[in-house]
Write a protein that binds this ligand. Structure first.
Ligand code: ACO
Length: 372
């Protein structure tokens, strides 16, 4: 069939294509809403924990007593992480850790909630172990009493984080846990649709998230705040940046035409920490100036803060190195990825789109007659 006679709709990037149905999350860009199983993200951050949210995503149940602590790694995972060069990208290390973990588990089909729990609680141990090993330090055993975000910080630093840092990290994990049919989640669902195992699906998802078009670090926001340096310099710095035609990092969004609800939820957390961290105070003040200036310059274009801005503020406020930001995002997203793996498996249909062929028409090899 020639391209012009082909009645099928071509949608590069699958834009506008409904590729499935989900009851896990709703991303409502026009109204700035993000709902996990119907519950608004702001409520979940204010009243929930990452464990409650993960259980909600997996099972649909709201369990106020939910607890998930980080779990110990099989020795094979630690051995392989130890063998990686200290310069390895943290996303590569995490993907490798997940892969070795999967190889040591013999996960079967269909995937289960218990597998989702174990993967989501083992991955933070793997990233923390790699981050320590690359600094010449030994990995730290999990403290099962601590929730996953707090336990990750403990295994990373060897110290129990302050209550404010633990709370901020928990809030970040909640807002980053799920965002519907994005590229990495779709990757996980494609892999699951072949009846492959959950570790393979999550390993593939980490690979997709690593690309700068998807999980690019909010480290540019950090550089921006470093350049601004102090609240009194914000106005001039922002004017100069916009006069040059440059963009303010952490503002604007392709889908949200309102304040990114994840940024709103993290801002509340950041403001709660502002008294103890000058960095967060600077971020809150810079945001106010930036929003005012963007409104002045683009009165007809809604430009608001996006999630990257307060992710950077919270991570920096906690004191985490920017080269870990994308991998920490991946840890939080384990809950969403594995929830989608379960949903895909429950109503599985092999994902296999069509493609329009635009190569040469049938022809013979050089020197060979047609049909020869
Ligand atoms: N700073 C200054 N001006 C901006 C910004 C910004 N951050 N974002 C958009 N604008 C302006 C553009 O200059 C443009 O103005 P013009 O019409 O006068 O030319 C207008 O707003 C529309 O811009 P588009 O590029 O069409 O907006 P789009 O929705 O396609 O872009 C994007 C979204 C890429 C996120 C953009 O807002 C941007 O570059 N932001 C800065 C980078 C950033 O924070 N990225 C993280 C996004 S969050 C996430 O991915 C998880």
């Amino acid at each position: 069939m020639t391209a012009t006679a082909d009645p099928r709709v071509l949608s590069p990037g699958l834009e506008g294509v409904l590729a499935g149905e989900t009851s896990i999350a709703l991303v409502d860009g026009a109204n700035g809403r993000l709902l996990y199983r119907g519950y608004p993200i702001g409520q979940l951050v204010r009243h929930g924990s990452y464990a409650m949210v993960a259980e909600l995503l997996w099972t649909g149940e709201w369990l106020p007593d939910a607890h998930l602590g980080t779990t110990a790694l099989p020795q094979a995972v630690v051995d392989v992480l130890r063998a990686l060069p200290p310069t390895a990208n943290a996303m590569d290390a995490l993907r490798t850790g997940v892969s070795v973990w999967g190889a040591s588990q013999s996960l079967g089909w269909p995937p289960t909630v218990e597998q989702a729990r174990t993967m989501t609680t083992a991955a933070p141990s793997a990233l923390a172990a790699f981050a320590r090993l690359r600094d010449g330090k030994e990995p730290i055993d999990p403290d099962p009493e601590l929730g996953v975000p707090e336990g990750f910080l403990y295994q990373l630093t060897g110290e129990r984080p302050s209550a404010a840092a633990a709370r901020a990290m928990d809030a970040y994990f909640i807002v980053a846990a799920e965002h519907s049919f994005n590229a990495s989640t779709f990757t996980a669902r494609v892999i699951t649709s072949t009846q492959s195992d959950m570790a393979s699906a999550v390993g593939g998802a980490i690979g997709a998230l690593k690309g700068p078009l998807h999980g690019g670090a909010p480290s540019e926001v950090v550089s921006q705040l470093h350049e601004i340096g102090s609240v009194d310099r914000a106005e001039q710095w922002i004017d100069e940046t916009l006069d040059r035609g440059d963009r303010l990092m952490g503002f604007g969004h392709r889908v949200y035409r309102a304040y990114d609800p994840r940024a709103a939820a993290l801002r509340e957390v950041a403001e709660g920490m502002a008294g103890s961290a000058d960095w967060l105070k600077l971020a809150v003040a810079v945001e106010d100036v930036a929003l005012r200036k963007l409104k002045e310059r683009h009165p007809d274009r809604p430009l608001f803060t996006n999630v990257e801005f307060y992710t950077a503020a919270v991570m920096q406020g906690i004191g985490l190195p920017p080269n870990l930001y994308p991998a920490i995002f991946a840890l939080a997203r384990h809950a969403g990825w594995t929830a989608h793996v379960l949903e895909q498996a429950a109503g599985n249909r092999l994902i296999r789109p069509d493609v329009r062929y635009i190569g040469p028409a049938e022809r013979s090899l050089p020197g060979v007659a047609a049909g020869g």
